[in-house]
Design a protein around this ligand. Sequence first.
Ligand code: FMN
Length: 351
Amino acid sequence: MVDLRDTWFVRDVEIPTRLVLAPMAGVSVQAFRRQGRRFGAGLVCSEMVSCAGIEHRNERTLGYLRIASDEHPLAIQLFGSEAQTMAEAARMVEAAGADIVDLNFGCPVKKVTKTGAGATLLDDPDRAARIVSAIAEAVDLPVTVKLRRGLRDGSRDCLVVGPRLVDAGAACLTLHPRSAQQMYTGTADHALTAELVSLVDVPVIASGDVTSRARAQAVLATTGASAVMVGRGAQGNPWVLREIVDGDGAEPTREEVVAELVLFVRETVRELGERRAAGFLKKFYGWYLGRGRFPRPFKQELVQLATLAEVEERLLAAAPGAADVLARLREETPAADHTTLDLPVSIYAGG
Ligand SMILES: Cc1cc2nc3c(=O)[nH]c(=O)nc-3n(C[C@H](O)[C@H](O)[C@H](O)COP(=O)(O)O)c2cc1C
């Protein structure tokens, strides 16, 4: 059985556990990534940032990516369609201090695919390989690629494109074995992940439907992947990461849930500013408060409050002991220093 606490390498970057936190547009802010590291993710990844911003500066954006010194190892994910622009963006990622440049060849969202970026690259292995080799030449960091199985249902294109990308210089591949057409329906077919592992001599990360330690162990054992990636399962639930890595399946107390959520709110306000954070955070209330036996109307109440200060007040009133847990957490997690990467975080979700 694979030990989730084993270290492994993406080229020369040491990853301390076999659990990777997924890039998720509209979710993977700095607070999410730092929390993921704290709960056992060995590698975290930014949501996709747009290379188009370099040329046009008109990408609709959620803001600019900030990197904290305690996130490392950190991958920053780029999406784009043009090799030279992407290479320039990759140099900026390197200068900003990331450990890995990850490329998004999996986003199924129309706004992205219609520009020739994301999953469309799976249909054009030559262009995909040209992009990887241009970036591998431009930076010293390892270049990794995240892909879907192909564009259409039943596609096995990842088995053709994947090895081409490795030949072009990719140091690791992540496979989410759904088609772009599938979006998030059906299930991730990790039999394909096993086939990809057998075809390449770089590590492969298995992404899709990993939500428990049992599932993580099964996917690692049956595919030969070097690590599993967890996405939706970790939304508002960092405790699942601890369960996966350490087998500690203890349900968090109401106090712990509130303390983590309040810390998340504060960090997100620091990153996005009060106005943008208020909208961004709404979806997280429901995600977090699924644990701790909070009454349903409580979540709706939070969403309707006018300010985040009121949200915090209501949360702490619902679990008075949370203030002590929060104080401890803040001691262990000092406010992050940060570097800003001058590339826009895209509003277009997907992968
Ligand atoms: C809201 C959301 C946003 C996502 N954004 C990205 C992204 O920016 N880049 C990417 O490569 N994948 C993205 N993905 C895909 C995830 O990284 C992951 O591959 C997928 O959700 C399957 O894993 P899961 O079953 O653990 O969620 C996104 C998924 C979701 C649900």
